[in-house]
Structures are given as structure tokens and as C-alpha cells.
Design a protein around this ligand. Sequence first.
Ligand code: HEC
Ligand code: HEC
Length: 513
Amino acid sequence: MRHYSIPAAIAASLALSVLLGSHALAQATQADQREWVRAGQGGVLPAETAFNNADGKSGIFNVKGAVDMKGHPFFEVLGTNGRACVTCHQPSDAMGLSLASIRQQWQSNGGKDPLFAPVDGANCPNLPREEAKSHSLLLNRGLIRVGLPWPPQPRNGVPTEPEFTIEVVRDPAGCNTDPVYGLTSPKPTVSVYRRPRIAANLKFMTYEVGPFNAKRLAMINDRDPFTGKYMSMNIMSDAREPSLRTQAISAARDHLQVKDEPSADALDRIVNFESQLYAAQVDSRVGGSLVEKGGPEALGPRNLDKQERGLGDNFGTPLFHSFAMWNPASSEARAQREFRESVARGNDVFFKRPFYISDTTHINTVGMGNPMKRTCATCHNSNMVGTDLSAGWVDVGTTNLPYARVTLDNPWSEAKAELPLFKITCNAEARPHPFLGRVIYTQDPGRALISGRCVDVGSIVMGQFRGLAARAPYFSNGSAATLRDLVDFYDRRFNIGYTTQEKEDLTNFLSVL
Ligand code: HEC
Ligand code: HEC
């Protein structure tokens, strides 16, 4: 089998620079300059290739080989705004979209770049396209507008009667109070602002679940309308799409502004492409190759293809397996050795360092206690991707007050708020939010915008842990600028009391996945 030796990486980067022109190569030699794939540019996406980022390199691996991007519906302009799926799911960003790439596109093309299409690449579609401030949420936090109908659409053919009312308390972006696009418009819409999630490693994210408990399944899980099967409910921040096929139809409509639904053939090709693609970090600036023989078996996109979905649990089966081979002193250069030892310790912090998990809906409400002394891996328990193996929406506090951060520079400064703030008032007969009661302030109600349930307010589906270094910022609302910032959020949220060393180890560990 082939590993990423240096010649392979050079060959890959040459292959890509032929694709993108020498300009891209010149850019790629600078740390954190991204190689951008433009919608409809044609060329070939190699089966295996690597891309620079500030921490090293991320890689993609396509099980079925190289892909001709010419005529491929994931890469071609399907609708009216010049975008393709690849516009927001870039190979260089582990099939997500980094702030580095977004800013690079703005610098090159300004507001006319298709990424900044008014429909959702602006804070609201009615803002002047050429002005940076019309796109401040995308340019500052990497956020795309997601406009969801209110009240929620029927689910599994059953109408959804919401258990709460929603008011707009603060609307810096202006869209929720807009007479054409807002909550009181003829087509009442709630606009929330979310990070693109990664279109790779998806066998770990969305799949059919067996009918082990049909009654419980029917309460929580949606069926894929194409197969009639109950699905895992782990894609999108609010799990509104049961399958990759329904997701692709909605994405084409909402992001690409297609007039007619893509053909069955186009949908097949999109779903097949996403299903055969793996993405992960392959190289660490300090730690060296992450995919050399005898190294940790969870790392790199090739190994992901070989691994199975499953439950990694707290102290027993670490979901990212063992990093023990990076512990013993070896002949490697000191900086590299120390970094690898730090990653190995970080893996242990993730699995073994307990803290009190408290007041988290769908975790502290399922009979295991509140608080409960467990670890990061209690919520993040799915082998290889670190999501939740069960239907994965949880309110850990990223979007609900009092824990949600308000701005990136100064997370607690109300005066500089960028995101909308909603007031949710639950009906008297509804089951209230277990920790916040009947009146909840939130930047993004998450799953509740789909289920209409009060208990779901602020519950967000966990995103994958792979290729993190390639696609800052983090969390659904982009509220953690760096991985260290994400670790600091948890330290504060759960009063963990990590030492500086533990924080650094955990950060280094996340950066190699
Ligand atoms: C304008 C940017 C943009 C474009 C273009 C776009 N997406 Fe996305 N994609 C997003 C955002 C934002 C999310 C997360 C939405 C949410 O959480 O509510 C997402 C989520 C996804 C996910 C879910 C991954 C997961 O683990 O949750 C998949 C799969 C996906 N997109 C595929 C596609 C496909 C296929 C296309 C083309 C038909 C496409 N996207 C076009 C922005 C985009
Ligand atoms: C109580 C459950 C819970 C615990 C414990 C928990 N998380 Fe999370 N984690 C979540 C939820 C929910 C999200 C999704 C939030 C969002 O995207 O807004 C998330 C998202 C993440 C992400 C993905 C970020 C992204 O941009 O997709 C990472 C990485 C992460 N957590 C790391 C950790 C680490 C490290 C710890 C231990 C310090 C930890 N988590 C503990 C629930 C938890």
C-alpha cells in the first residue's frame, strides 16, 4: 500500500498545480495559503492528495480513484449563482470550508465571487453585494446563512405543532426582522448562521439503523423517503436531513439556487462521490508524517476507509485507538518527539481525564446523573469521527445563553454582538427545557427549529473531528477561533480546571486528527 512519502506529496501537489495553474503553487508554498477549486473549472481531482494548512497538511483519499471534475455534479455549476457543492466543501479544507479560504476568495474576487452569493453568503440577501460588511458573518466567523421555515415543516408526513413561540431580541444582521426575509414576512423564516460541515467520511455519519426498537426509533429518527429506512440522524447541525440524497436535493435548492431538482443520475453521482471520499490530517508541521508505517492506526484518510463504525467508550476502547507508539523515547528530532508525546497524552486527556458534565440536555437527562463524572468521550463516542453514535443533538451550551459566546474577539461583549438572539417562550403544557425552563435566550435553537420541541432548544448535532486543522473556526456558530479556544470553552463551561499542559496536549491531539 502507498503512504504519503515526501515524493508522493510533491507529486500530488504538482498534479494539483497543473490543475489550478502555477499561481496556485506559488500560493501553496506559503503556510496556510489554500488551493481553491473553482466551480466548473474542470480538471482531475487525484485519488490521493495533500494540502497545506497552518498545522501541516490535510489529505483526501478517494477509494474509487481520481475523479474527473469536468461534468461531475459535485463540481459543476448546477444552478443560477455560479456555485457548485465544492464551493463550500473544498478538498484543501478537508471537504469543509476554512476562514483562511473564505478570506482568500474575498481578497481575490471580492463580493462577486460566487461564494458570496447574496442568498446565504451574505448576512441577508438584500444587502449590497460588494461591501464587506454585508458578509461580516462569513468573513469573520465562516458562517453561512441557513433560513429555516417557521413553523417547522411536517416530519415523516406528520405536521409539527411547535411547543413554543419565538421572538427576535437582537438582530445585528438584520435578516430576522426584515419584512421580506424575516420572521414576520409572508414566508416566515428563521435565519441562523452556521459553519459548513464536512462532506467526507460520511459512512460514519449517516446510515440506516436497524429496527431494534421501532417505537423509540419512530419517536426520534426520520425515515429516508427514498428507502423507507430509519436513519442515524447525525448530519446537519439540526439533523433535518435524514440521508445524503435528501441533503443533496436541499443543498442544490438552497445553496446553488437550482430551478429543478437535480436528476436522479446527478444525485447518484453526488452521493457516490461523498460516500467514497475520506479526509483527515496527514502531516504535522512539528510532529512529522502522521501516516508512516507503525504509526497510530486512526490517522490519515486511507486508514479511515479501513476502519468500522462503532462505539468507542470512556475508559475501554478509545475511539481514536492507541497513540502509545508515540510515547517511548526514540531517535527522532527532539521537537518532533515531544510533540508526539504531547499528542499521546492528549489522547489520554480526551478519554481518561474526568470532569463533571452538568446541565447538558440529552446527556444529563438520560438517567446517568447530573452532574456525572465522565470525559470528553462520553458525548464524543463514535469510532474515528468523535460524534455521538446515537442521534446526536445535545445542548452543550454553544448557542444558548448563558454559556454561548457573543463575539470572537471578545466572547462575552454583548455590545459587539454579531449573531441574532432569539427569545423562546415555551407553552405552559410543554415539557420545558430541563435546565433553562420556559424562557430561553439562544443564538440558534438548533434541533428545536425542526422538532418544535422545547427540550431541544439549543441542541446541536456534533460535527466530525477529522481534518480540524484544515478548517477553523469551530462549533456550529464559529464561536471558537482555534482549537485551543475550543478547549478553553470546555474548561470554562464545565469548570474542568485543566492544567496548561493538559490544554496544550488536548489541542495538539485534536490538531492531528
Ligand atoms: C454556500 C455553501 C454551501 C454549498 C454551496 C453547499 N454546502 Fe453543504 N453545507 C453547508 C452548510 C452551511 C452546512 C451545514 C448546515 C447546517 O448545519 O444546518 C452543510 C452541510 C453539508 C453536509 C452535511 C455533513 C454533516 O456531517 O453534517 C453535506 C453532506 C453537504 N453539506 C453536502 C453538500 C452538497 C452535496 C452540496 C451541493 C449540492 C453542498 N453541500 C453545497 C454549506 C454549503
Ligand atoms: C456534554 C457533551 C459534550 C462533552 C462532554 C464534550 N462535547 Fe464537544 N461537542 C458537543 C456538542 C453538542 C458539539 C456540537 C456543538 C456545536 O457545533 O455548536 C461538540 C463539538 C465538538 C467539536 C467539533 C467542533 C466542530 O467545529 O465541529 C470538538 C472538536 C469537540 N466538541 C471537542 C470536545 C472536547 C475536546 C471535549 C472535552 C474537553 C468535549 N468536546 C466534550 C458535546 C460535548
